[in-house]
Design a protein around this ligand. Structure first.
Ligand SMILES: [Zn+2]
Ligand SMILES: [Zn+2]
Length: 126
């Protein structure tokens, strides 16, 4: 089981299944929302995510079908959810985990939008 929380601990969660995949997303929306060159997410079945403290959790609709979960107090970026995701997965920001495991392959998404200051060296395109 993995556990995670936002910076101020007002939002806490646990994950009860291994991640289906792990991705670095280089899209401009992730750059802006995370304030970083890219966002790293693990994707898990929606039902395996247990939200244990959610009073401060808010959702921002960044695209017609995409909701991004964040803490209204500290601003931590936490979740990414496509409402019509066929596999019913939810993406969780790896940086919010208490003890992130070492992952195997991490895919790079949206590399065509990669920041010119991104530290990645020729990431594999997906
Ligand atoms: Zn918070
Ligand atoms: Zn993205």
């Amino acid at each position: 089981m993995l556990q995670g929380q936002c910076l101020c601990q007002a939002v806490t969660f646990s994950i009860h299944e291994p991640p289906v995949r792990v991705s670095h997303c280089h899209c401009r929306i992730c750059q802006r929302q995370h304030g970083a060159a890219f966002a790293t997410y693990l994707s898990v079945p929606y039902a395996s995510l247990q939200l244990t403290e959610i009073a401060a959790l808010r959702w921002y609709r960044s695209s017609p079908d995409v909701l991004r979960g964040f803490c209204q107090h500290c601003g931590s970026s936490l979740f990414w959810h496509h409402q019509h995701e066929p596999d019913n997965l939810i993406a969780v920001a790896v940086a919010a985990l208490d003890n992130p495991p070492v992952f195997g392959e991490i895919r790079h998404l949206c590399v065509d939008e990669r920041a010119p200051w991104c530290p990645c060296v020729e990431p594999n395109s997906v």
